[in-house]
Design a protein around this ligand. Sequence first.
Ligand code: NAD
Length: 267
Amino acid sequence: MTGIGILGANGRMGRVLIEAAHLDSDINLVAAAVREGSQWIGMDAGELAGISKQNLKITASLEPNTTQIDAVIDFTLPDVIEQNLAWCVANKKAIVIGTTGLNDKQKESLERAATSIPIVFAANYSVGVNLMLNLVRQAAKTMGDTADIEILEAHHRFKKDAPSGTAMAIGEAIADEVGRDLNQCAVYGREGDTGERKHETIGFATVRAGDVVGEHTALFADIGERLEITHKASSRLTFAKGAVTAAKWLVGKPAGLYSMQDVLELN
Ligand code: NAD
């Protein structure tokens, strides 16, 4: 049995993580934490998630159950990621991170922490998107020199970062394959007289609307044909189950920064 502590338990992802932990007979959910002062503290984790009672109270930190935790799962917000990493380093806990929109300083903290604890960090924990990262590389290898490359993504109205971490991961995989620097060639939206499209650019388009769980398309368009590789998530449970799988895989691994592609052996 793997003991799991969830950070951000009251979030959209946190609630389905509680459900995914409950559905997995190899998982023992031992802590579910929210922000200090949150209205959910003291509530049963199962009731918060809308499933059966779990006999586990929501807490303001992972502290009460530190010794029972084998791995932490963090789907919170970028501004608390460094404090969460510091806790895992101090307590020698493996951590699976799903939080996206990290800035360069937060990414550096993640890399530093990975020198002393094992970490899985992925912008997307679904099997399909991780397979898509391989497929877009294949397409870029064959069509990247001639086709125009655009990445389209859509998410629900509550999402705070844009483009999505997954769209950026798709862009980085393609840029790496065609030998371009994404920082130099990315175009985030267009307006007014933009002139003709520059071939070497990789364009991003973002939609925010309603309750869209997450959709990503990589478009390789030439004169006369175009290839579209699309993934559509219809339930957050797919990300949560992937994160739980990653947590089980991570326990006992040496310190280091791992990806979901490592977990799924897609490398
Ligand atoms: P959300 O805003 O619903 O949930 C985040 C929760 O974290 C909030 O409830 C907030 O109160 C809580 N939180 C903040 N600070 C905390 C702290 N110090 N301790 C405990 N809890 C704290 O957002 P969401 O839709 O659940 O998404 C969370 C993150 O996960 C976002 O960055 C999102 O982009 C990302 N995400 C990643 C994947 C993936 O597969 N990697 C999938 C979906 C969402």
